[in-house]
Structure formats: structure tokens, C-alpha cells
Design a protein. Structure first.
Length: 368
């Protein structure tokens, strides 16, 4: 299969709404590089290039990167709370530029002689692919028309935005449908694939030496892009001396000896996660996938105004040892009760297959 794609060019668009989209894209791109080693890839995203490079150590010379944003996701007040009004304002600006951006991407695809377009999961690149005569494939466990649908009852200005995304999505050749997903009926042709995640490497000894952590303590990964802990919260976390807490930069705090910020260039996120005992996070596809692949207990806080949250909680309860922490306790740094509960949390009732990156890669290369 790889030989058929010699000197071919795939353009991969990745939403910058948090890092979960980048996680699933990186896992699939890794599968593509394995299956079709001579394939050329261009990744277009407003996520940091070094994030992708940290998850794709074999990408040098094989993957090019360019900035670009073609959806707005949900504007976040922080990792848990969203700003619906600000999201609407940004989505309306995107709607006003829709046709201009489609034309821009049609020109780009023709200029670079793209043979395939993949989107996780903005709609504009998929509309551009259809206009350019290039097969377009969506990859995801949700779509933005579904995410925004509940807001129509609050404000009918959401209706044309939802139509915009739905019209773009209807033009795809195929949806590679990931686990933890709703029906996604806007996509006429769908193929389910297993979780894309791969297990990381347990590098606990190396990580301890790099940041000065004690290997024999309980280790906890704080998986957030932002988390607004004040001085009182930091003191509360610092008082949990039996635990070592880890973040991945740029999230970092100073002043507490048991709080460690890890350089993702030195240790991949997957390796950090594989090295800890527990994960504290908000439910999202990327982190749930990594926890399933590495069989890590999850401590999760609620998310407001996000339709995906109940579905993700339903799935994590099936496939992960889990404990809920109230958002108020998380923001206050009151983690002790949840951590104690996680130490005795029962194992998950079901197991979920992962390693779908190669399956998805083969489907991507074969879609017509």
C-alpha cells in the first residue's frame, strides 16, 4: 500500500480546540508514516508545531507544518468552563468569511497538488476538498454542528452556523468514526475504527531524575492546558506531601516542591502519562484514549455547557477506573479525598481495543 503513495501528498487539517484533536491527529499520522513511509504530509493547524513534533519523533523531513484555523471550537474561560457568547461571536466571524476561506484552501490544495484531505474536524477544508476534486475524509468522535445544536434554544443566531458546518460535512467521502461518539448522522458514509492511541513508555526513573521527583511516592498527572490555581490552592496541593504532581509545559507553577513541569521535548505526553499512577483531568477524547491505552485511573471534573460531557462520562465509566472530583474542589486544590478514592477504585467492567492508527491509515489511503 505504501508504494502506491510514493510521492503523493496528503494535507491534514487539525482543529486547535484544546489538544485532544492534535492527539488523535498525531496518532493517526504516526500510523500513516508507518504504512506509507514515502507519503508526504502537510499538517495545517494553529496548535503549536512543537506539540506535533513531540508526539511524532519520526516526522522530521516527512511532515511539513503550516498555521491555519478553520473552526473556532469552544472559547474556554479555562480548561473546564466555556464562554458561549464569545464562541458565538467568533463563529459568526467564521461564517462571514466561509466562502473566502474555502476559495483560499481550494487554491492551496491545487498549488501543492494534494491527493487527499483529512480534517479533524473543521468543515471548511472538507468543502474545499470537494471543490478541488480531492477526496476529503473527516476523522472524529463528534462534529461541530452537534456540539453547537443545544445553543439554538438559547439564541437562534446559532442556526446558520450549524447549517454551515452541516453543509460542509455532507461533502466528505468518508467519516472515520472514533469511539466515544454520537450518531453523527450528517455523515452519510461512516466507518468505525478502534481507538487511535498507543501506550507510552514508563520512564519513571528518568523522569524522577530530570525533575527531582521521588519515585516511591504516588505520582499524579494534571492534564490541563490551563488551571487557575491561586496561592491558597497551590498551598493545599503542596501540602499533599505523599504525592508528586506533574504537568506538561507550558502549564507550570513555582514554589511547591511536589509540583513538577515536564518539558514535552524531553518526555512525550504519552510517556509521562505511562509513568504516573493517576490522572486528574476533564473528560475529553484525547485524554480518555491515552488513559485507556495505558490503563490509568482517571479523576475527572465536570464540564459545563458541553454536550459531549455526558457521553464521555458514560464511556469512561465503562473502560476506566474512575473517580469524580467536584469542580469546586479541583479549583480549591482540595484533591486528597479524590486521590484516596482513586487508590481503591474498582477496575473497569469492560476493555476497549486500541491501536486503531494502522487501521485508520489503511482506510485513508484506500478511500476513493
Amino acid at each position: 500500500m505504501g508504494a502506491m503513495w510514493k510521492k503523493r501528498h496528503m494535507v491534514y487539517y487539525v482543529s486547535a480546540h484544546g489538544y485532544g484533536h492534535g492527539v488523535r491527529a498525531s496518532d493517526l499520522i504516526g500510523g500513516l508514516l508507518d504504512v506509507a513511509p514515502e507519503l508526504r504530509l502537510t499538517v495545517i493547524s494553529d496548535l503549536p508545531e512543537d506539540f506535533f513534533r513531540s508526539r511524532l519523533p519520526a516526522a522530521d523531513g516527512r511532515v511539513a507544518f503550516a498555521p491555519g484555523a478553520f473552526d473556532v471550537g469552544m472559547v474556554q474561560r479555562d480548561s473546564i468552563r466555556v464562554d458561549v457568547a464569545a464562541t458565538l461571536a467568533q463563529a459568526e466571524r467564521l461564517l462571514a468569511r466561509h466562502d473566502e476561506l474555502v476559495a483560499q484552501e481550494v487554491a492551496r490544495l491545487r498549488e501543492v497538488k494534494a491527493d487527499r484531505v483529512v480534517a479533524v474536524i473543521p468543515g471548511i477544508p472538507l468543502a474545499a476538498a470537494a471543490q478541488a476534486g480531492v477526496p476529503g475524509v473527516a476523522v472524529g468522535n463528534f462534529s461541530w454542528d452537534w456540539i453547537y445544536a443545544p445553543f439554538v434554544a438559547q439564541n437562534p443566531r446559532w442556526e446558520p452556523i450549524i447549517r454551515m458546518f452541516a453543509d460542509d460535512y455532507r461533502q466528505v467521502r468518508l467519516l472515520l468514526k472514533l469511539p466515544f461518539s454520537p450518531a453523527m448522522e450528517v455523515f452519510a458514509r461512516q466507518t468505525p475504527v478502534p481507538l487511535l492511541a498507543r501506550p507510552g513508555r514508563n520512564r519513571r526513573a528518568e523522569l524522577a531524575a530530570a525533575v527531582g521527583a521521588v519515585p516511591g511516592k504516588k505520582w499524579v498527572l494534571l492534564s490541563f492546558t490551563t488551571l487557575g490555581w491561586d496561592a491558597d490552592a497551590l498551598r493545599a496541593v503542596g501540602g499533599l506531601a505523599e504525592y508528586e504532581f506533574f504537568t506538561v509545559k507550558p502549564l507550570a507553577w513555582r514554589g511547591q516542591p511536589n509540583l513538577h513541569a515536564v518539558d514535552r521535548h524531553a518526555f512525550s505526553f504519552s510517556d509521562v502519562l505511562a509513568s504516573v499512577d493517576f490522572v486528574i483531568t476533564k473528560p475529553g477524547y484525547g485524554i480518555l484514549s491515552d488513559c485507556v491505552a495505558n490503563r490509568k485511573p482517571i479523576i475527572y471534573a465536570e464540564r459545563e455547557d458541553f454536550i459531549e460531557y455526558p457521553l464521555l462520562v458514560q464511556e469512561l465509566r465503562r473502560y476506566l477506573a474512575h473517580v469524580h472530583i467536584p469542580a469546586a474542589d479541583l479549583y480549591a486544590g482540595h484533591l486528597a479525598a479524590a486521590l484516596r478514592a482513586a487508590e481503591t477504585a474498582p477496575p473497569p467492567p469492560e476493555q476497549l481495543a486500541f491501536g486503531g492508527a494502522r487501521v485508520a491509515a489503511e482506510l485513508l489511503l484506500n478511500v476513493g
